[in-house]
Design a protein around this ligand. Structure first.
Ligand code: PBG
Length: 328
């Protein structure tokens, strides 16, 4: 096996042949577009740290949905920002909470939209943590998962097509599955943020969702990026508890975990290209330092190559347009 008999370039020289043997695909139907709906907001508000992304008022939340659907994106994940927060995050599981109202509103205007909801308390608690805190400021895992289950049930009852818990409490998938089943939602899938790392790449999201922790950080529940070994048991536990889709988050820096999930499980795998990944590309592109379109598509193809079926991305509608142009 050596030069000059073996010339791998033979397969690369002709663009027609390159197209014929393209292995990895990317379609608009692989994409999920995250949207922020803000209670009490009158007009859409630009998210400073995420150029091109907005916080949406309830009355207009169908607009980005309809626009993305015209471009070919069919699935959305909704994040809510309530007017008032409290220690129990009670707006999170209120059936008239902002996400429940948004579900009903979008359903009315865009009945075909596939609507996923993020299930987590951090945007709803006054302390900004993803679960309850006791008087000593310690996360109370087991009461938190009951609240998360109630939140998932409220979303299901308001018409969500899928729920996606992102809190990283132990046992939450099982608690959510049990409560959904008890209430007749046996066919509603759960996409679990299974390998979710405590990541600085979430920085811009905290502005978008107003969800920064007041005190401390999320290292007591989100995963440590210096550890690889606990991802597999996290995936296994979530599957055992009833998860239908496993998610890895963030994206580009964690493709080893996407590959790990792909190699070990037959269920669909999702990956989240998070806010920081979006903002870094936007910033560099604005300066003319990288070609936005090329860098975005390369990143998403890399995620597909690592084994992701689904990609959550703030670029989703734009990518759908680019893919259409590439075809024509
Ligand atoms: C809620 C949640 C976060 C993200 C998705 N769900 C923030 C966090 O965990 O701190 C981040 C998404 C992004 O950065 O785009 N827990």
């Amino acid at each position: 096996m050596s030069f000059p008999v073996h010339r791998p370039r033979r397969l690369r020289i002709d663009s027609r042949l390159r197209g014929m043997i393209q292995e990895v695909s990317l379609f608009a139907k692989n994409l999920i577009y995250p949207l922020f709906v803000v209670d009490g907001l009158a007009e859409p508000r630009e998210i400073q740290a995420m150029p091109g992304q907005k916080q949406w008022p309830l009355a207009k939340i169908h607009e980005p949905v309809a626009d993305a659907m015209r471009k070919g994106v069919g699935a959305f994940i909704l994040f809510g920002v309530p007017v008032s927060k409290d220690g129990q995050g009670s707006q999170a599981y209120d059936e008239n909470g902002i996400v429940c109202r948004a579900l009903r509103h979008i359903r009315e205007h865009c009945p075909q939209a596939y609507l996923i909801t993020d299930v987590c308390l951090c945007a709803y608690t006054d302390h900004g943590h993803c679960g309850f805190l006791n008087s000593a400021g310690v996360i109370e895992n087991d009461s938190s998962i009951q609240a998360l289950a109630s939140m998932a049930l409220a979303h299901a009852s308001a018409g969500a097509d899928m729920v996606a818990p992102s809190d990283m409490m132990d046992g939450r998938i099982g608690a959510i599955r049990a409560l959904l089943d008890l209430n007749g939602f046996t066919d509603l899938p759960i996409m679990s943020y299974s390998a979710k790392y405590a990541s600085a790449f979430y920085g811009p999201f905290r502005e978008a969702a107003g969800s920064a922790p007041g005190k401390g950080d999320r290292c007591g529940y989100q995963m440590d990026f210096r550890v690889a070994r606990d991802a597999l048991p996290e995936f296994e536990l979530d599957l055992e508890e009833g998860a239908d889709i496993l998610m890895v988050k963030p994206g580009l820096a964690y493709l080893d975990m996407v590959k790990l999930a792909r190699d070990n499980f037959s269920c669909p795998i999702a990956v989240y290209q998070v806010s920081g990944e979006y903002s870094m590309i936007k910033a560099a592109a604005e300066k003319g330092w990288v070609n936005e379109r090329a860098v975005v598509l390369e990143s998403l193809y890399a995620m597909r190559r690592a084994g992701a079926d689904l990609i959550l991305s703030y670029f989703a509608p734009q990518v759908a347009e680019w893919l259409k142009e590439d075809q024509s």
